[in-house]
Design a protein around this ligand. Structure first.
Ligand SMILES: *Cc1c(COP(=O)(O)O)cnc(C)c1O
Length: 360
């Protein structure tokens, strides 16, 4: 069996030790005689799996005690509606910072539920940077301020936590959660789909400050009302049990590797290998402003796009897959989440050098 280096933006590569352990436990989890997939979500076996996953996630992110950790479904795109339903809390509208495709998707959906003020936008610069905080025009009456902390498609990432005063900060962290330590206390709510940097598709993580619960719009489906989900310990309806189990194995793997400070170092090293290379070649280019570059998703272009197809074919022959850029940006994109080893990025750069030598 040979495994490739998978640069997919999501669903993305998982740590190999996690997959091996899941394989070993597939038919008989810890002597239960059952696969985790076959367990009642209310049985003691699965309850212990979910409790451990939540405790480990809390430990990894140092989640303060006054925050709820919710395991939900529907992905970040469902949260685009669920967030305004829950977070407007009687306010007429919310502020959104537009930094690219994912924040646009969020604000368009929110318009169904309230007035959206686009407080700042990176559109004029082609979404290659994050608008500096001092340019934002925030509404003091807003229910919350929404950002996308890492734009998975455009490859821009916040390297600061914006101060929004008394108005709660809400962040879509789908493609960077657990890649670095984060001061949860600076946010009212964090949400993200698991399939980028945590585990399988189907699980959505929501971390929300307790005092923000309980004011959902009356039309909010019960299964999407954070207060209801919290009250039932994320078991108001059947949760995505197997995805929670795999996420739990990933949390254990992260703890064994030194937690988020170690991951931040690992991810910074990997990203530096790729960006340093991009900065010294004229055959490829990165179009993202240096101080906003994503450490997770690295879009880059060949100066001659006529070579794109040959590049992708050559990469695949070397076991480097899923490098085609998103259609909105074109070119290439290397997603280098936690599970991507340094060797994968080194192999990519070695291939890029060889390809440049051959075609440059
Ligand atoms: C992938 C992604 C989404 C979409 O997530 P779904 O799970 O498909 O709903 C939203 N926001 C960001 C930042 C993403 O990376």
């Amino acid at each position: 069996m040979s495994r490739v280096f998978n640069f997919s933006a999501g669903p993305a590569a998982l740590p190999e030790p996690v997959l091996r352990r899941a394989a070993a436990e597939m038919l008989d989890w810890h002597g239960s005689g059952m696969s985790v997939m076959e367990m009642s979500h209310r049985g003691k076996e699965f309850m212990s799996i979910a409790a451990k996953a939540e405790a480990d996630l809390r430990e990894l992110l140092a989640v303060p005690a006054n925050y709820e950790v919710l395991f939900m479904q529907g992905g970040a795109i469902a949260e685009n509606a669920i967030v305004p339903m829950n977070m407007l809390r009687g306010h007429a509208g919310a502020d959104y910072v537009d930094t690219g495709e994912w924040s646009q998707r969020s604000l368009k959906e929110a318009q169904k539920y309230g007035r959206v003020n686009v407080a700042a936008s990176g559109a004029a610069g082609g979404y290659t940077s994050i608008p500096p905080r001092d340019t934002w025009r925030l509404d003091p009456e807003a229910g919350y301020v929404h950002i996308c902390s890492n734009e998975t498609i455009g490859g821009v990432q916040y390297h600061f936590v914006p101060d929004t005063g008394a108005v709660p900060l809400v962040a879509d962290v789908s493609s960077e959660i657990l890649s670095r330590p984060m001061d949860v206390s600076k946010f009212g709510l964090l949400y993200g789909g698991a399939q980028k940097n945590i585990g399988p598709a189907g699980l959505t993580i929501v971390i929300v400050r307790e005092d923000l619960l309980g004011g959902a719009l009356p039309c909010t489906p019960s299964a999407f009302d954070y207060a209801v989900v919290a009250e039932h310990g994320s078991m108001f309806n059947t949760p995505p049990t197997y995805a929670i189990y795999i996420a739990g194995l990933v949390f254990e793997w992260l703890k064994e590797r030194g937690g988020l400070p170690a991951m931040a170092e690992h991810n910074a090293r990997k990203a530096a290998v790729l960006y340093d290379f991009l900065d010294q070649t004229s055959f490829y280019e990165s179009r993202v402003a240096r101080d906003c570059r994503s450490l997770m998703n690295v879009p880059f272009h060949l100066k001659n796009p006529a070579l794109d197809a040959a590049f992708l074919k050559g990469a695949e022959a070397r076991g480097l897959v899923q490098l085609k850029g998103h259609r909105l940006v074109g070119g290439m994109r290397a997603s280098i989440y936690n599970a991507m080893p340094l060797e994968g990025v080194q192999a990519l750069v070695a291939f890029m050098q060889d390809f440049e030598r051959e075609h440059g």
